[in-house]
Design a protein around this ligand. Structure first.
Ligand SMILES: [Zn+2]
Length: 271
């Protein structure tokens, strides 16, 4: 479980032991004098654990290293991103809407789903969209060791290459969770880690109108919008609200003068 290179899990285990030790110390120390260094150290340990964990899960944190959560803000450009596909029929329905409005998007594909629906993955690329790696089993990478992580990323890249002929250059860890080692794994493979700045929580299915409203409310120049055409490994998981919301979002943002681009185009836009 313990990894020599500061995995978040390892640090949290050490901090837990430390905090328990401090509290025991506090208990015995308290009998002799009112000053409570054990308690103060224990509280510091808990605060440290909260800090480290929140930076691993917050999409926009740069604490563990460079991630991209938005693009340059000079132009009215936004990037729609879809996670967890391919997942027919929803992926294909989204592709039809994107075509209807001449919009290009980015799809972060789950390896297992590419293996099941390689032809859908191929269609995404054939219609001019970008694809990224979203791991093989959509597992929380903070819980995996390096060998397991290697497999999750490499098997997915291989499947995407075989299905689409394209090698992904971008990577999104499941739920956006990462620590030093997750980012190092991505860097070793020249994969840019892409998070998001606009999150309408479409996976909770609050209704297409609510999803669209949330996007329109949060949008900004250079926004990376997180949506879902899939649902983890759940084949056929219902994403009809995300499909309907996609059309509403495109209509409303195009009306406001926004242009939709892939992640690559968004990041190249300031050059
Ligand atoms: Zn996901």
């Amino acid at each position: 479980m313990l990894d020599y290179k500061l995995r978040l899990v390892s640090i949290l285990i050490v901090l837990t032991v430390l905090v328990i030790g401090c509290l025991v110390l506090d208990y015995f120390h308290l009998r002799r004098r009112p000053w409570r260094p054990g308690l103060y150290l224990g509280i510091l340990g808990i605060a440290g654990a909260v800090f480290l964990t929140s930076n691993a899960v917050l999409p926009t944190s740069l604490f563990y290293g460079a991630v991209v959560y938005q693009g340059p803000s000079v132009e009215k450009l936004v990037a729609l991103t879809y996670d967890d596909g391919p997942n027919p029929p929803y992926t294909l329905q989204i592709l039809d809407i994107l075509d209807k409005y001449s919009v290009k998007a980015t799809f972060f594909l789950v390896g297992e789903n590419v293996r099941t629906y390689p032809e859908v993955a191929r269609t995404i690329v054939q219609r001019g969209h970008q694809v990224g790696n979203h791991t093989f089993h959509h597992e929380d990478l903070l819980k995996l060791n390096r060998t397991q992580m290697d497999k999750e990323i490499d098997a997915t890249t291989e499947l995407i290459e075989a299905a689409t002929g394209v090698s992904p250059k971008v990577f999104r860890p499941p739920h956006g969770f990462r620590d030093l080692v997750v980012l190092e794994q991505a860097q070793e493979r020249n994969l840019r880690v892409i998070q998001w700045s606009v999150m309408p929580r479409d996976w909770k299915k609050p209704g297409a109108e609510v999803i669209a409203e949330r996007v329109v409310r949060q949008v900004h120049n250079g926004a990376i919008i997180l949506m879902h055409d899939g649902d983890g490994l759940n084949h056929g998981g219902d994403r009809s609200q995300s499909v309907t919301a996609t059309e509403l979002v495109i209509q409303r943002l195009q009306q406001q003068g926004y242009r939709f681009v892939t992640i690559d185009e968004l990041l190249a836009s300031n050059r």
